[in-house]
Design a binder for this molecule. Structure first.
Ligand SMILES: [Zn+2]
Length: 73
């Protein structure tokens, strides 16, 4: 059945729904939550995702998470 939402709200729900373990109902709940919280709270979450993606990768040697080429282990 077609979703009643459109534009940025539907895009947000779609993207959240692609996360592991997040079904359509949860995606909708998280989207509504994010739309209700203060802008700085939503920005902090968005920034933390971008920053983690930029700075963290998988260690070449042991495949733990690492900031840089190799992890602390
Ligand atoms: Zn390592």
């Amino acid at each position: 059945m077609p979703s009643p939402y459109e534009g940025p709200v539907q895009t947000l729900i779609d993207e959240l729904g692609r996360l592991p373990g997040v079904g359509p109902k949860s995606a909708q709940r998280i989207a509504f939550y994010l739309l209700k919280v203060a802008p700085e709270d939503a920005n902090r979450l968005a920034r933390s995702i971008v920053e983690a993606k930029e700075r963290v990768s998988w260690c070449r040697r042991c495949f733990n998470l690492a900031e840089g080429d190799l992890c602390v282990f």
